[in-house]
Design a protein around this ligand. Structure first.
Ligand code: R2B
Ligand code: URA
Length: 256
């Protein structure tokens, strides 16, 4: 097998910036990123994108969705499909398991995103496309050295107390309380916990856009709270949801 592992030092400079594996780019006067309608000569890309960081949780994904949904409209994109890929805590699943969400629920198991708009509470159904879940599940390969499962995803507003962790800056419950809660949501069909799916499901559903949520577990929350796996292991795990989505895109393009 001559497929080589990626050597980190060849793809990143010591300061964390991306190192291109193509010496030609440095020699060009400017590089036109044709499909993005941007160019290194015509745009100040460091000024525009140098501080790009991804936020976490419902507020970040909400803002992003408003603008990406409008982008779909302005660009007249036909039948877009949105994917949220990321990490989560498993409920009864060991680290490295890929989970496709059947639906998103809040910390009280409600399948709705609650927003306060003009001082009034409104609710939006956090519904995901069932058929897309089946199509994605069918693309899991028995040869994959990990499981790919489906189930309910709990979405919380906090990583620590909101997810029943004992190791936050505050904790006003006991280990027994925590385990009782986690066992009860497990019984109710929750297979993982993360922090974006509720808004992702609710806002895409509200916009009539097909969407799926695929996360990899970083630990089994029935066994602990801290993320202990080494960085290289976490990095490999985090590629797994992307792999599944790539298989979907490949299949979709072949059908066209
Ligand atoms: C999963 O991981 C992050 C918290 O560690 C959050 O963005 C999420 O949903
Ligand atoms: N992301 C979460 O939101 N929770 C976890 O336990 C792990 C990743």
């Amino acid at each position: 097998n001559d497929v080589k592992e990626v050597d980190e030092s060849r793809v990143r400079y010591p300061d964390g910036t991306v190192r291109l594996r193509n010496p030609n780019i440095e020699l060009m006067d400017q590089d036109i990123l044709y499909h993005l309608a941007l160019g290194s000569g015509s745009h100040d890309l460091v000024e525009m994108f140098g501080d790009v960081k991804h936020g976490m949780g419902i507020p970040s994904v909400g803002i992003l969705l408003h603008e990406v949904i409008k982008l779909m409209y302005h660009a007249k994109v036909r039948d877009p499909v949105f994917f949220r890929i990321g990490t989560c805590g498993g409920i009864g699943y060991e680290g490295g398991t890929v989970i496709i969400s059947e639906e998103a629920v809040d910390g009280a198991l409600r399948n709705v995103l609650e927003l306060t708009v003009l001082g009034k509470n409104i609710q939006r159904l956090a519904k995901l496309d069932k058929r897309l879940v089946r199509e994605l599940k069918a693309l899991s390969d028995p040869e994959d050295p990990y499981d790919t499962v489906t189930g309910k995803t709990m979405c919380t507003y906090d990583f620590y107390e909101g997810q029943g962790r004992l190791d936050g800056a505050f904790c006003d419950f006991t280990e027994n309380d925590k385990m009782e809660y986690l066992e009860s949501i497990h019984k109710a069909g929750v297979v993982n916990i993360e922090m974006e799916s509720l808004a992702f499901a609710a806002l895409t559903h509200h916009a009539g856009i097909k969407a799926a949520v695929i996360c990899v577990t970083l630990l089994d929350r029935l066994k602990g709270d801290q993320v202990l796996a080494p960085k290289e292991v976490l990095d490999e795990w985090q590629q797994r949801p992307t792999k599944l989505v790539c298989r979907y895109i490949k299949k979709y393009l072949q059908m066209k």
